[in-house]
Design a protein around this ligand. Structure first.
Ligand code: PLP
Length: 456
């Protein structure tokens, strides 16, 4: 086995890590951490440190680590048929079974699923399908996409543009011109502190209507949003938000993409976020929860309405000019089948709902009155704590003070992984669905200790 110091040296010399301060890492100012094993809700590094992973990797290891059922399905698939492509009507038992399982779990009006590898590429697929759809319908001008500030939809060229976070645009010449952003449904950060939740929803609707009027409805193809804002701060929408937005989109014949990369397959305590909020999307993006990250796989679920036009398009133009070598990769598909089966067999979505509710209420009880805690919010197995300098006037900390990252760091030192969300001092939690109450208590107790280490 290679020595840790050897690996750490190679790591700094050769490995380009995503979302990392490259210069600090190269200088050795950012820790190189080599993860070697995991089980249930815990991960272990090569120095023998164990952590309760209350963010499930990147909110993706939904069924928990170390599930033999999924590992065996992957191994069996690799032995029988590691790869064959899905072009021109080819498939495998795993990919066809998974398509059926996905459609059985999606809203009734959805028709087909295209498989990709990541949430980012699934959203790229979605935008291409939307453009194709409007070209087939003879509406070549109807192409712009509305996204929300603080939305996260990936970090490719188009998807990085859809993402509404500064870090993902700055110095990359993004967003591209076809993308326009509207108000985030972030009630806590409303400009007018006197607004009720209902008034704030009306404000979001007005902002959307104004944007559509400014750009022209005949230039706008689609609106994309996560049922619950994820990376932008873990923010459930204010009551009535989704029906109000959907009504505006329907009025202007604008398609709706529900990006369910985080919410899909149980994270909110229901199978899909679209069902949770009564959203009727034209496309649904899925990824993380599809395989619980045991293998890379994503999907774009297409509605009946869009599918009919895509079929018409191929009758008029020949085969659809879209596909990846690894679309519907058999190993990913086998992992997906085993993962979705495990979710059902262990009734993990019910545990998620119950323990997620417990985690959220325990967090409220423990930190709800803290003078530097402005907001505690969550849904299902998602929870966020937002820190402020002054709670009564909602004065934020200076970003340069890095209060959120400091608290996340102190929490990690205490043995629990939470995530300092990238914009604002927000500590996010998205544990595996198998979290138990004792583990939820540990998350809360250690969060309180971490907060007091940094703020008291
Ligand atoms: N969409 C949402 C809502 C996400 O949270 C993410 C990733 O966190 C993505 C898309 C991009 O997925 P990936 O990182 O697999 O490309």
């Amino acid at each position: 086995m290679l020595r840790n110091d050897q690996l750490a040296e190679w790591d700094r010399e050769t490995f380009f890590h995503p979302s990392t301060h490259l210069a600090q890492f190269a200088r050795g100012e950012v820790q190189s951490r080599i993860i070697s094993g995991a089980s249930g809700c815990h991960i272990e590094d090569r120095n023998g440190n164990k952590h309760l992973d209350a963010f499930a990797g990147l909110y993706c290891v939904n069924v928990g680590y170390g599930r033999p059922e999924i590992a065996e399905a992957i191994s069996k698939q690799a032995h029988e048929l590691a790869y064959y492509h899905a072009y021109v009507g080819h498939g495998t038992e795993a990919s066809i079974t998974l398509a059926k399982m996905v459609l059985d779990r999606a809203p009734d009006h959805m028709s087909k699923v295209y498989f990709g590898l990541s949430g980012s590429d699934a959203n790229e697929t979605n935008i291409k399908l939307i453009w194709y759809y409007n070209n087939i319908l003879g509406r070549p001008e109807k192409k712009k996409i509305i996204s929300r500030w603080r939305g996260y939809h990936g970090s490719g060229l188009m998807t990085g543009s859809l993402t509404g976070l500064e870090l993902f645009h700055k110095k990359f010449d993004l967003p591209l011109a076809q993308v326009v952003h509207t108000e985030a449904p972030y009630y806590y950060r409303r400009d007018d502190l006197d607004q009720t939740e209902e008034q704030f929803v009306a404000h979001c609707v007005t902002k959307l209507e104004e944007l559509i009027a400014r750009e022209g409805a005949d230039t706008i193809a689609a609106f994309i949003g996560e049922p619950v804002l994820g990376t932008g701060g873990i923010v459930p929408p204010p009551a009535g938000y989704w029906p109000a937005i959907q009504a505006v989109l329907d009025k202007h014949d604008i398609l709706l993409v529900a990006d369910e990369v985080v919410t899909g397959f149980g994270r909110l305590g229901t199978m899909m976020g679209s069902d949770h909020y009564g959203i009727k999307p034209d496309l649904i993006t899925i990824a993380k929860g599809l395989t619980s990250a045991y293998a890379p796989l994503s999907g774009s679920i297409v509605s009946d309405k869009m599918w009919k036009v895509l079929e018409q398009g191929t009758d008029e133009n020949g085969p659809i000019g879209h596909g990846w070598t690894y679309s519907a990769h058999p190993i990913g598909a086998a992992a997906g089948v085993a993962n979705l089966k495990l979710l059902d067999d262990l009734d993990l979505i019910t545990n998620n709902r119950e323990t997620g509710g417990y985690l959220n209420s325990a967090m409220h009880d423990a930190l709800g009155d803290h003078p530097n805690v402005g907001d505690i919010r969550g849904e299902g197995m998602l929870c966020a704590v937002e820190f402020v300098k002054d709670r009564s006037d909602r004065v934020y900390f200076d970003a340069a003070d890095k209060v959120g990252p400091q608290i996340a760091g102190a929490l990690a030192d205490l043995g629990v992984i939470g995530r300092a969300m990238p914009q604002g001092d927000i500590l996010g939690f998205a544990p595996p669905f198998c979290l138990n109450r004792a583990e939820a208590d540990e998350v809360v107790t250690k969060t309180v200790q971490a907060v007091s280490r940094i703020l008291d």
